[in-house]
Structures are given as C-alpha cells and as structure tokens.
Design a binder for this molecule. Structure first.
Ligand code: AKB
Length: 315
C-alpha cells in the first residue's frame, strides 16, 4: 500500500493524528517523523523516523524509499514562539511548505495536508463570524507565513494539480500533549493547573474571546477533508473551521464545578495583542456545505472529557 508520511508528528495535532491514521491504515503504512528522537518514543504504534523537514535530501530519500503518496506536513513555529524569532519562524514555516509542495509535484503524490490557522486574520478583519473571504492583513510572523502558505497551496493546485488540502484551525485543545508555544495554548495549560491544584495565571484578559476546538473534532475535520472526493473541495487556499468560542473566564467557569478550590488571575502579556488581532468567532459555513463538516464538542462536554482523562494520562 502507498504510505502516509507525517512531518512534525510529536506536536499537539501530530501525535493524535498519527494515532488516528494508524487506526485507519495500519501502523506499517504510517511513518511518523519528528526532529527530536525522544519525541518519537510515544508513537511506537506506527513506523517512526527522525527527520528534519529542512533536510531536503533526507525527506526526498525517505519519500522514495517508503513509496510515500500522502504527506501531512504539520511542522511549524506557532504564533507566540514565532514572535521571539521571526526570521527563523518565516524560514521554517515557508521553506518547508514550498519544498513539500514541490516534492508533491515532482513525485506525483496523491494528496498533501497542510494546516493553516485563524492567525491568517488580522486587526482589520471583521471580528465576529469572520467570513471565508475578507481582509486579512495578519500581523504576526506566524500569521503572515500561514497566509502566504495558503496562496502557495492554491497556486500549486491551480498550476500543477497538486491535491493539497487545508483547514484554518482555531485554537486546538487536547490533553495528550503539553502547550506548544501558541497564543491559544492557555486553554490547554489551564486544565493542567486545575488538576495539579495550582493557581492559574491567564496571560489573556478575562473577556478575551477566541475560536477554539477540542482535538477529537479537529482530527475528525482533518480526516473528513482528506477523505472527501476531490470535486467537493472547492477552496484550495484553506477552509474556515469553527466549533466553540470562549474567554478565559468562561473556560475557568467550566472547570470550577469539577475543582471548586481552583483559582485564576489575569496578567495579560505580549500574547494579548496577538489574541486581539484574531477573530472572536469564525463563519465556517463553506466547510459545512462543501464536505459536510459538523462539530461534536461544546465547552462543557470538552471540559468534562479532559478532566476525566487528563489526571491518569502520563507524559
Ligand atoms: C497559536 O495560538 O499560535 C495556534 C493557532 C491559533 O494557530 N494555536
């Protein structure tokens, strides 16, 4: 069978997507890769390889050796980390995508998946129910790289028929990995603090709304998009995708009934400006119409599920 390569498998999305793809296609057909060998230990349910996506020869050799026909290219520097080293973030996020698109063209691959983000939107974007098509003008290097990446995805589809598919993820929340340098990651960290019995200091204001999604919904959306018939994928830049919208105060209030002693305070830092430049909510009707997207988890259900599993989860 043709193999599936996942680049950046040990991240928040990658670790859960590697498991879901293994469940579907079998561990012998999924190759999970990461730059850090230690990160691969927990992915022993499928094939694993240490791989630096910037090492083009190594990626090309692996693709040919394993007869890879699909790539999920997830490696990226996220918004908050990106602001600390903008040129590196640009270099990694852009060069790696262009290389993978070029490789897909050369090797006539079946499909490529590349995640975009609500970070493509900026301060001049309509903030409520942000439409699929509108002013973007992102002002983080991460957002600029995602917007440029979307243009390159559409370009490679139109000019070279590369079947590349993409979603603009909201903040993704899962309990199987630790926060990874994103602005929305406070909503991951808060659960760890609650179960550890610690006070939580939010780096965003109490009323700072952001679009968010529980990881099982994100995995479902990704696999539904990738399995949809080609003619149903009408947007080749990236689809708006939405599930739940909440503020730090609201997620705290969803946890409090489970941990009545849990406390929170608010000390906004540089990440507040990033959050302020992003939408409060996103209109994802095109995803719902074109390939039948729907989400399952609201805030209460997500919190109950995380608090059920996280205390016994080992990292
Ligand atoms: C981040 O906060 O940087 C990411 C994202 C919204 O893409 N989670």
């Amino acid at each position: 069978m043709d193999r599936i390569l996942i680049i950046g498998s040990a991240g928040q999305l990658g670790s859960e997507l590697s498991q879901a793809l293994t469940d579907m296609y079998g561990g012998e057909n999924v190759i999970a890769t990461d730059i850090n060998p230690a990160n691969l230990q927990k992915l022993d349910f499928c094939k694993t390889e240490v791989l630096d996506v910037m090492d083009k020869d190594a990626v090309r050799t692996l693709v040919k050796k394993e007869n890879v026909k699909q790539i999920y290219h997830l490696a990226a520097v996220l918004s908050a980390t990106g602001e600390k080293n903008p040129l590196f973030a640009w270099h990694l996020n852009m060069e790696s995508l262009l290389f993978i698109l070029e490789l897909a063209k050369e090797e006539k691959m079946d499909k490529i998946y590349w995640p975009s983000s609500i970070a493509v939107f900026g301060p001049n974007t309509p903030k409520i129910n942000t439409p699929q098509y509108c002013v973007k003008e992102p002002n983080t290097v991460y957002g600029i790289s995602k917007q440029a990446g979307e243009r390159w995805c559409e370009y490679y589809f139109q000019k070279f028929n590369v079947d590349v598919r993409s979603l603009r993820y909201p903040g993704l929340i899962g309990y199987k990995s630790l926060p990874g340098g994103g602005t929305t990651d406070y909503a991951v960290d808060i659960y760890h603090k609650a179960i550890a019995g610690e006070h939580f200091v939010s780096f965003l204001r109490e009323d700072s709304y952001l679009p968010m999604m529980y990881m099982p919904d994100a995995i479902k959306a990704t696999l539904d998009l990738m399995h949809a018939p080609k003619e149903k994928i009408k947007i080749r830049s990236s689809y708006n995708l939405a599930a739940i919208n909440f503020s730090p105060k609201e997620i705290f209030e969803s946890i409090k009934p489970h941990y009545p002693d849990f406390t929170i305070s608010f000390e906004p830092d540089f990440r507040q400006a990033i959050a302020d430049s992003w939408p409060d909510s996103v209109d994802d009707s095109r995803a719902r119409e074109d390939w039948g997207w729907s989400h399952d988890f609201d805030l209460e259900r997500m919190t109950a599920d995380i608090l059920k599993h996280l205390p016994s989860y080992s990292f």
